[in-house]
Design a protein around this ligand. Structure first.
Ligand SMILES: C[S@@+](CC[C@H](N)C(=O)[O-])C[C@H]1O[C@@H](n2cnc3c(N)ncnc32)[C@H](O)[C@@H]1O
Length: 288
């Protein structure tokens, strides 16, 4: 079922013919015949040896990503408070301090807009790339009274070594779970569960099944079902809402929202249409 539909017309002089359509839906994107055929024929998997190497070097590959791109790759994510009103509304009283954990923080594109907007927020931020964590600490908006950035592999290191158990109100998990091997996703969620307060929530956004990026992978990039490797060795999984629900339920969460966000950018002049698919969800740790 389609729950929302709105239209944005680009005002940029460079792209006067660009239209972006955004919709939220319970069911996923329907593929064209051509796309179905591409996915059906693309069945050869990367060798087991190379897959194991990629897993062993996951941290190194992300660290090299930040060595190459420093803080210039991702844009600041100013949409988080619009899309996730809990970031403002989940306080019982206005002056209540909100404790947030940005799991897989990268260089802080998600946390710094929040720290600027909200004076009453304390942010834990972790990533397994030491370079990314260092970039966060070097940001002029970083200060130890309001943030604590630390290195942590969500699939291995107990978050409770840096964050008190059951102390966090909101966890943001933005384009991170897709970078983790599907067999280890559950461990990452169990880890997050332990530091969330009862009643605390996870705000999730990541790549959805049949996103444009999934269909653009060349052959010999496939690691498994809906799982691919990029040229630089970083990996990306594409989620169905069903699979995501199973993962979160498996860790003990309740589902509040779990839907596809579909964005179609149409360049009418060049006849191009880029269908992006994301999954946007909210999961809650039950009260005790
Ligand atoms: C696409 S970036 C997203 C960064 C940030 N959340 C944002 O919204 O800009 C994915 C991040 O996940 C981190 N990551 C991947 N696997 C991880 C793991 N097992 N533990 C901790 N961080 C991980 C990577 O180092 C990378 O910084």
């Amino acid at each position: 079922m389609l729950t929302l539909l709105f239209l944005l017309v680009s005002s940029s002089k460079m792209a006067p013919m660009m239209l972006t359509l955004v919709s939220k839906a319970q069911s996923g994107r329907i593929l064209t015949e051509e796309e179905l055929e591409k996915l059906k024929t693309d069945q050869i998997l990367v060798s087991e040896f190379k897959q194991q190497k990629l897993e062993k070097e996951a941290q190194k590959n992300w660290d090299l990503f930040y060595k190459r791109n420093s803080t210039n790759f991702f844009k600041d994510r100013h949409w988080t408070t619009r899309e996730f009103e809990e970031l403002k509304a989940c306080r019982e009283f206005d002056a209540q301090k909100l404790v947030l954990l940005e799991a897989g923080c990268g260089v802080g594109n998600c946390i710094f807009p929040l720290l600027e907007e909200d004076a009453n927020i304390f942010v834990y931020a972790c990533d397994f790339s030491p370079r990314a964590v260092e970039f966060v600490k070097q940001n002029p908006l970083y200060c130890s009274e309001r943030c604590k950035a630390f290195q942590c592999d969500l699939t291995k290191d107990d978050l409770r070594n840096s964050v008190p158990a059951e102390s966090v109100d909101v966890v943001t998990l933005i384009f991170v779970l897709s970078a983790i091997h599907p067999e280890k996703m559950q461990m990452a969620l169990n880890n997050i569960y332990r530091v969330l307060k009862p009643g605390g929530i996870v705000l999730f956004r990541d790549y959805g099944l049949y996103d444009h990026a999934m269909l653009r992978f060349k052959s010999a990039s496939k690691l498994g079902e809906n799982f691919y490797v990029r040229q630089d060795g970083t990996r990306s999984f594409f989620f169905s809402t069903e699979m995501l629900m199973d993962l979160f339920m498996g860790a003990g969460f309740q589902s509040l929202v779990n839907e596809y966000v579909m964005r179609e950018t149409v360049n009418r002049k060049e006849g191009l249409c880029v269908p992006r698919v994301f999954v946007q969800s909210k999961f809650r740790k039950p009260d005790q």
